[in-house]
Design a protein around this ligand. Structure first.
Ligand code: PRE
Length: 305
């Protein structure tokens, strides 16, 4: 099995990938998220592992947009990684000497308060990833003095940690997904699953967003993430990237999909997969599979079928 991922070796994304595959021979680093997903689309790899959401910084737009543009992909797994940052340099260094810090923009955003309190005149030098910055420093890059990366990649690239516990929120977590091509088999339902969708709203219709959300609410399907992203063709046109609780094999999720398909100009199904936390979904009365089956049987009886 070949996995592309946001590289190089030692990124948080690589840590997420190691949770599902320890065979490093099949790990192929990509320069950015679109490239990792493109490798799956071009059949250079079977799956891609990319970040989708961080508990502090929110959605990863590069992932949300790359999933919706281009040929279909199928999410088959999610992984959670606790995020801890260190400030690392080529050798011992006083914090007062650190003026330029390289890291991934998402990592920079998660350390804003610490930087403002400890190095308020330091500027950000954007890197392709946290480990990308660590590797560039080890390879001799001179356009920055230190990097923000995870402790593992500081060690891996032979850097010296000059400050630990740098993140603003010590409990930060990033969620990653593993995506294959559209034809990839659906993971079996576990009773604690998530489904990812992309839904466009009809233009210029009062209450269109409320009507879309009601498709979920009336079937007791809880949303765990909803993000609006521009469609891109003109101002004011948005689509929504949504994670909801449940598997496409659940009757209530199928009812939501049917409702969305009837009322939205465009719905994309991006996969159903086990939730990383494996907490069983709490069903609202009347929304279990047998309730939908009994209701359908009742209507069939009315029709004499
Ligand atoms: O740069 C990395 O190490 C990544 O894996 C990317 C990424 C992200 O895009 O959010 C992943 C986890 C952290 O939240 C910071 C950066």
């Amino acid at each position: 099995m070949r996995f592309s991922y946001l590289g190089p070796r030692g990124t948080f994304t690589h840590m997420a990938l190691m949770q599902i595959s320890s065979d490093e021979g099949g790990h192929i680093p990509a320069i950015d998220v679109p490239a990792a997903l493109r490798m799956v689309r071009n059949e250079e790899t079977d799956f891609a592992v990319v970040p989708i959401e961080n508990s502090v910084e929110g959605g990863v737009n590069a992932t949300i947009d790359s999933l919706s543009n281009g040929s279909g992909l199928r999410i088959v797994a999610e992984m959670l990684v606790p995020i801890t940052f260190v400030l690392a340099s080529r050798g011992p260094m006083d914090l007062s000497e650190v003026k330029r810090i390289s890291t991934h923009p998402h990592a920079w955003a998660q350390c804003q308060n610490w930087i403002a309190s400890n190095l308020d005149d330091a500027i950000h030098v954007p890197g392709t990833s946290t480990a990308g910055s660590a590797k560039a420093m080890a390879d001799g890059a001179m356009n920055f003095d230190a990097v923000l990366c995870n402790p593992l990649s500081a060690e891996q690239y032979g850097l010296t940690v000059i400050a630990e516990g740098v993140a603003d929120n010590p409990d930060a977590v990033t969620r990653f997904i593993c995506a294959g091509r559209e034809g990839t088999a659906l993971p079996e339902r576990t009773g604690s699953d998530k489904t990812t969708l992309q839904v466009q709203l009809p233009s210029d219709e009062a209450g269109a967003l409320l009507a879309m959300l009601e498709q979920f609410a009336t079937r007791g399907v809880n949303l765990s993430r909803i993000e609006s992203r521009p469609v891109g063709d003109s101002l004011g046109r948005y689509q929504f990237s949504i994670d909801c609780e449940g598997h496409v094999e659940d009757e209530r999720v199928q009812a939501v999909l049917i409702g969305l398909h009837r009322t939205s100009p465009h719905v994309k199904f991006l996969g159903s997969y086990p939730s990383a936390k494996q907490v069983p979904v709490k069903l609202r009365p009347g929304t279990a599979d047998q309730d939908f089956v009994a209701a359908r049987d009742w209507v069939s009886n009315l029709l004499g079928k």
